[in-house]
Design a protein. Structure first.
Length: 441
């Protein structure tokens, strides 16, 4: 048995055990629900529930979770899809069978909701035990092609242990990744022919980098042995915009009570630190280039302009840094509480009000300042076609460590490849960035 197959079996068995554990967790939740609201549940054993666990596992297999080593977020999405399909299939089977009345739909719903939360986390722990710091179960992968791109992939394979891969030497490898950039058609085809003869897992990195092909539709033209890849600008589709706006509204309403509590605490802290206004309002570029006032908590001293001029006279190198990153390395205008608010990104919390007003989204491009419009160049029309966001791809990809051009490239990629799942991933990553204070100033 190969080490890849052995690792797949270990992950699969661990998932089955987790699905069984979820049964007992769900049972504990169900029996403790208030009896005056939920009817008394009939006794159910793990043997009675076995077919539901079996269906759930089969759906995980169907989603190719044990065939490919996905990135954590793609793996999690596949798990959620498998469990959702299982839930629908189980309810359909119960509705069409005579055992319908023997199973509590409430319990089944609790089971799958709990599984959606626990299974991805458990899989992460399982793969961490298998792959992190343990090279035995990691697949050696040969990287071929453009030097810069292969260096990026090499770093990713080394850092992202969830993939369970390590860069390999030419002499011994289990899989191959071919970077098509700067390769001629004949050279690319020769590589594919050479490595597919003996290697099962051969992957090609497409030359086009601004499109996420994982969500593209591929059409087959069998007569001429060719394929068509559909490319869409995801955030310009009306149905997607409706879903995104609805998502923004729901999240804002849920967050609003929490915001009000935090707002009271922050307002008192700002007043005690430096008397003056609580909010800072600034004109920014919105959707279709319309100017709006973005809300933030004030993080600077009242006489901030005079402080900055004096600082730049003594530190002229800061001018060059600002021209490149549109930030200062050590901004003297920021108050003590302001430093905390910025490092935790809490200064941007009032933008929830901008979302409720329909001026911003929870996730989107950053709201650019008016004098930055001329710097957007070719991506200006694309970025200004959507609402700016409180958080976005650039905030979870380096923040102040990125150049202005790198930010606009990330935001262009986000708009072209938007999905509701991607927004959810960015929100989760934002929470992590906030707590770890990655790239924050």
């Amino acid at each position: 048995m190969s080490k890849k197959l052995l690792a797949n079996w270990i992950v699969a068995i661990a998932d089955i055990l987790v699905l069984i554990i979820v049964f007992y967790i769900s049972l504990a939740i169900r029996v403790n629900l208030p009896q005056d609201i939920f009817p008394t549940m009939q006794d159910i054993s793990i043997q009675d529930f076995g077919f539901i666990i079996f269906i759930s596992f089969i759906m995980l297999v169907y989603e190719n979770i044990y065939r490919f080593r996905y990135d954590f977020w793609q793996d999690t999405l596949n798990v959620i899809k498998a469990l959702l399909l299982s839930y629908i299939l189980v309810l359909a089977i119960l509705s069409l069978s005579k055992i319908n009345l023997e199973y509590s739909r409430t319990f089944i719903t609790i089971y799958f909701m709990t599984a959606v939360l626990i299974v991805p986390i458990a899989k992460r722990f399982t793969k961490k035990a298998l792959f992190k710091g343990n090279k035995f179960f990691r697949i050696s992968t040969l990287l071929i092609g453009d030097d810069i791109e292969t260096q990026i992939l090499t770093r990713e394979l080394k850092d992202n242990w969830y993939l369970g891969q390590i860069p390999a030497q030419e002499t011994s490898y289990d899989s191959v990744i071919i970077v098509s950039k700067n390769l001629s058609k004949d050279k690319l085809n020769s590589y594919i022919t050479k490595y597919t003869q003996n290697i099962k897992d051969v992957f090609v990195v497409p030359y086009v980098t601004q499109i996420n092909f994982a969500h593209s539709n591929i059409l087959e033209l069998s007569n001429i042995r060719n394929n068509l890849i559909q490319i869409e600008n995801k955030l310009l589709i009306k149905s997607n915009l409706f879903i995104k706006n609805l998502f923004d509204l729901i999240v804002s309403i849920i967050v609003l009570p929490i915001f009000l509590i935090i707002h009271i605490i922050i307002s008192i802290a700002i007043k005690l630190d430096d008397s003056g206004s609580i909010f800072f309002k600034q004109q920014r570029l919105g959707k279709d280039g319309k100017v709006f006032e973005v809300y933030k908590y004030r993080t600077m001293y009242q006489d901030s302009d005079d402080i900055l001029q004096q600082y730049l006279q003594n530190h002229p190198q800061e001018i060059e840094y600002y021209q490149k990153y549109h930030k200062y390395t050590n901004d003297p205008r920021i108050t003590k509480i302001g430093k905390f608010l910025r490092s935790t990104s809490l200064d941007e919390l009032p933008q929830i009000l901008n979302v409720l007003k329909g001026e911003m989204s929870i996730v989107g491009p950053r709201p650019y300042m008016l004098d930055e419009e001329s710097l957007l160049y070719s991506v200006k029309d694309l970025i200004l076609q959507v609402k700016p966001g409180i958080t976005g791809l650039w905030q979870v990809s380096g923040r102040n460590n990125l150049t202005f051009q790198e930010r606009t490239e990330l935001e262009s990629w986000y708009i072209k490849n938007w999905s509701l799942w991607f927004d959810f991933v960015i929100i989760v990553k934002t929470i992590k960035v906030v707590f770890l204070k990655v790239g924050a100033r």
